[in-house]
Design a protein around this ligand. Sequence first.
Ligand code: SF4
Ligand code: SF4
Length: 403
Amino acid sequence: MQTAIPLSLLQRPEIAEADAILRSCVHCGFCTATCPTYQLLGSELDSPRGRIYLIKEMLEGKQSGEKTRLHLDRCLTCRSCETTCPSGVQYGRLIDIGRNEIEQRAPRPLWSRLIRQAMLTVMPYTPRMRIALLLGKLSRPLLPASLRRKLPLARAALPRPSALHQRRMLVLEGCVQPLTAPTTNAAAARVLDKLGISLLSAAEAGCCGAMHKHLSAAESARDMMRRNIDAWWPYIDDGIEAIVMTASGCGVMVKDYGHALQGDPAYATKAACISALTRDLSEILRNENISQFAGSGKGRRVACQSSCTLQHGQKLGGVVEKILQQCGYTLTPVADSHLCCGAAGTYTLLQPVLSQQLLQNKLVALQQGEPDVIATSNIGCQLHLESASKLPVRHWIELLDTN
Ligand code: SF4
Ligand code: SF4
């Protein structure tokens, strides 16, 4: 695609990057076939190709108003279009740059800014989120049904092992997951312990920064990255093997630290090292001998929800499915498994109508093979799916932690 972005703008590294991405798009439209918002709304401007065109027009100075912001806001950042694109267009990078740009050029109304700021002030901080959840539970009878369903179920985690093995890995506890699904990291620690690996965590680490990044608070996101790097660095000096992510949404973010901090002389090298050491839990398990878990499934039927951040963001589609099969589970068919469930970070709160439509479609697809349980790899998807599912929704590692 030809572009005509003013030279003065191209001096900025992120705009030069956007220009290169725009030029790699040949406008073929293959990506529209796998875009969830295009499938729901049928509008070119709600397709990847349409959004790419809107970003190009904005950077060329033709238009950058509410219309552009509306269609960029409706994008789930699921990156299904990236998986489909035959030209390798890095849409995920482009939409981040486009969103940061539109925030400057077309400021949101006050109420919208206040809602987004409230989310950023509470959700990525575990102690604040704990209070918010407590208030939500206390006022449960007064809440509308739509909000009541979003309150997470109570889950008690089994104890983590105390033995310290020679093989050690770090795990990110995250911000929301310790409160809503402490079972996940406990199960990961117990399973890895059986493989002779200790899972450690750094108390000072916290939110990966994804929420700030998605809400175009780029500098705050980088501050969170720097804090995590500082928290993890002593463990890296001490020879840990890997940094394990049990939420694929965090994993895709931490794997991008190297790119996000490449312009920061104090952190660029460390950030690249952190990204290179980061693995999704499924990447660890697929390289270990997991034969001791072969009888875990006993033929139980499981529908696997392949989170977008795992299959499109990290290109690890099919890995969890294979592990579950090796562990004796029977996978049930799931139609349109490339489509997003509608969770997508804060999308469920900011785009409730589209999010609920995607959720209902996803649940129909997951339940069609009559599974006993739904497995996922991301806390956001887990909470979103179980807000409307009649079946239990578990992180897949819990299915291996059976005794
Ligand atoms: S993003 Fe890829 S698939 Fe979509 S129009 Fe551009 S080149 Fe074609
Ligand atoms: S990231 Fe997802 S929702 Fe956004 S344009 Fe691509 S396929 Fe569509």
